[in-house]
Write a protein that binds this ligand. Structure first.
Ligand SMILES: Nc1nc2c(ncn2[C@@H]2O[C@H](COP(=O)(O)OP(=O)(O)O)[C@@H](O)[C@H]2O)c(=O)[nH]1
Ligand SMILES: [Mg+2]
Ligand SMILES: [Zn+2]
Length: 231
């Protein structure tokens, strides 16, 4: 009985997510769901990304967090298209919250919508929001075992990021082991190693974003971003 209730919740979420996807594609907006731990550097990466993309792409951000508008305030310095979604005690964004956030944005003005999910490597993976691609972010300060411990994110993501590579000389993090674990869970998944502080790797990330927007599928049936297809 309990299993049935959980199934229904996810089914309802998936229906709304599909509506979001359809609406975004109708408006010509590519959408990314950025998933990573608290403090992995999601907002820092978005600040640098918005700065680097400049007028190349019109980017909107939905920033999910438990409380405060701090991330949205940081990002508002770079784009007028920012909405903060406070989820209270919930530990992930759901499709309905994203729908409400989308209603506060002028989608016709956007090329790309990036959803900064609530900092968490677990349940955000299971909630479709209507994105074209899930991007999984790990960072050098979290330990190299995180992909192995969170294989579902690796399995579902179209791209993985390893942030804070500027700190690699200072922390015990075995990059070879990290790459091997990623490859053994999902051979061929693209991985970009970068630093939101020094800017290393950001050109590769921005090129990936531009290409994703150019290759955006035109209907909600077409798959987007197969493993290894974009780098
Ligand atoms: N050294 C270093 N620090 C970073 C990097 N990216 C983010 N940070 C720092 O990590 C902390 C958390 O970053 P934030 O963007 O708020 O993480 P979020 O919770 O994932 O959005 C902040 O103090 C950032 O300045 C990076 O590439 N290198
Ligand atoms: Mg943040
Ligand atoms: Zn959750």
């Amino acid at each position: 009985m309990e299993i049935k209730i959980i199934e229904n919740v996810l089914k309802l979420n998936d229906e709304v997510a599909q509506q979001n996807r359809h609406q975004l594609r109708e408006a010509g907006v590519t959408c990314i769901n950025l998933i990573g731990s608290p403090g992995s550097g999601k907002t820092a990466l978005l600040e640098r990304t918005l700065e680097m993309l400049g007028s190349d792409l019109a980017v909107g951000v939905l920033a999910g967090d438990m409380a405060t508008t701090r991330d949205a305030n940081r990002l508002a310095a770079f784009t007028p298209h920012v909405v903060q979604i406070n989820v209270g005690k919930s530990c992930h964004l759901d499709a309905n919250q994203v729908r409400q956030g989308m209603n506060s944005l002028d989608l016709t003005a956007l090329d790309l919508l990036i959803i900064e999910n609530v900092g968490n490597l677990i349940c955000p993976v299971g909630f479709d929001l209507g994105q074209d691609v899930k991007v999984g972010m790990f960072s050098a300060t979290e330990g190299d075992d995180k992909p192995a411990k969170h294989p579902y994110l690796v399995l579902e993501a179209g791209l993985l990021l390893l942030n804070k590579i500027d700190l690699l000389p200072h922390v015990p993090f075995d990059v070879t082991r990290f790459r091997e674990d990623v490859g053994s869970i999902r051979e061929g998944i693209p991985l970009i190693e970068l630093s939101a502080v020094t800017g290393d790797g950001l050109d590769v990330w921005c090129t990936w974003l531009r290409r994703l927007c150019n290759e955006r599928p035109s209907t909600d049936k077409q798959p987007c971003c197969e493993p290894g297809a974009v780098l």
